[in-house]
Design a protein around this ligand. Structure first.
Ligand SMILES: Cc1cc2nc3c(=O)[nH]c(=O)nc-3n(C[C@H](O)[C@H](O)[C@H](O)COP(=O)(O)O)c2cc1C
Length: 293
């Protein structure tokens, strides 16, 4: 299926985009208007765009259905300040409730049952229940269009970050496993990132990986190894050499058993290497793959 944006009704296009560009973190934005009335609303068109200066951007869009603007947008134009509260799983349903389109004079802190906590650098209050809060100055609001669905980039500079001690490790850094973050996908879908489902991928930041093109063709063209497996193999800094000290009973058995059938031996070695790679044992996998090269 091919989508040409101008051939699809805006509401449908929005669905395609929101399902595809996901998961998106949730900016729970606290703002005030000129009269001092408080607003609290979630926005998933949101991300971190710079750390020096520290810049967050989110986008309260014009409504697709009637092209009206959101209170949050009107507020940051009137008072260019925002507190961005990070949303974790324990806050999920209250956050969702705060997205109801209450009249401007209604404070969603009250409606959704959150507690206002005084900020130190800006006028909008923080959400006490949030584990991480970012007090921000709004540097710029950039409209991206005039029709329904047009975004408005709110470019916010972080003035102060508040982090609950409970999510810190011993070095005073955030322990990703302790933050039970949620993110928005398409339609009503959300996902959750906590110790049960997050994982690490080592990245060689300074040294270059040899690249998949440098992997011997018999391995690179394997019917058994996947793109992920080749990515792991291509991520080593130097082409591995055969290590005669490498010990593995299974490797010995494969070589003995399949000595009369080199094609089957190669497949069996690739199967074994794949298992090792799936366990993150890249050096061992290389030794297995090099055994008959
Ligand atoms: C998780 C979540 C993410 C949302 N993301 C956006 C968004 O990125 N942009 C947007 O315009 N509306 C978004 N909404 C809808 C707004 O929160 C909703 O329109 C809200 O009523 C706006 O409030 P306001 O008019 O008080 O600013 C989102 C809603 C939820 C629940």
């Amino acid at each position: 299926m091919i989508i040409e944006p101008d051939q699809v009704p805006p509401a449908r296009l929005q669905q395609y985009l929101q399902h595809a560009v996901a998961p998106r973190p949730v900016c729970f934005a606290s703002t005030i208007n000129r009269a001092g009335q408080v607003n609290l609303s979630p926005f998933s068109f949101f991300n971190l765009f710079s750390s020096n200066p520290p810049i967050l951007v989110f986008s309260p869009s014009r409504r697709v259905r009637d092209n009206t603007t959101k209170h949050t947008l009107e507020n940051v134009i009137e008072v260019p300040e925002v507190v961005i509260n990070i949303v974790d799983y324990p806050m999920l349903h209250q956050m969702s409730l705060a997205s109801c389109e209450y009249p401007r004079e209604i404070n969603e802190f009250t409606k959704a049952g959150f507690t206002e906590e005084k900020s130190s650098m800006v006028k909008p209050p923080m959400v006490r229940e949030s584990k991480i809060k970012l007090e921000c100055r709004v540097n710029e609001v950039k409209p991206l269009g005039e029709g329904g669905g047009a975004g408005n980039l709110v470019i916010a500079e972080v003035l102060k970050m508040h982090i609950d001690d409970s999510v810190l490790d011993q070095e005073g850094m955030i322990d990703q496993r302790k933050l039970d973050l949620v993110a928005r996908l398409g339609a009503n879908w959300y996902c959750r990132a906590n110790a049960s489902n997050i994982f690490e991928v080592e990245k060689p930041n300074i040294k270059l990986g040899i690249g998949i093109d440098a992997i011997p063709a018999s391995i690179r063209n394997s019917e058994i190894l996947t793109g992920n497996n080749l990515g792991q193999l291509g991520n080593v800094h130097d082409m591995p050499l055969v290590n005669n000290q490498y010990q593995s009973d299974r490797l010995k058995q494969i070589i003995q058993y399949y000595s009369i059938n080199p094609q089957e031996m190669e497949k069996e070695l690739h199967r074994y290497a794949k298992e090792l790679l799936d366990e993150g044992k890249v050096d061992d996998a290389w030794q297995v793959l090099l055994a008959n090269n």
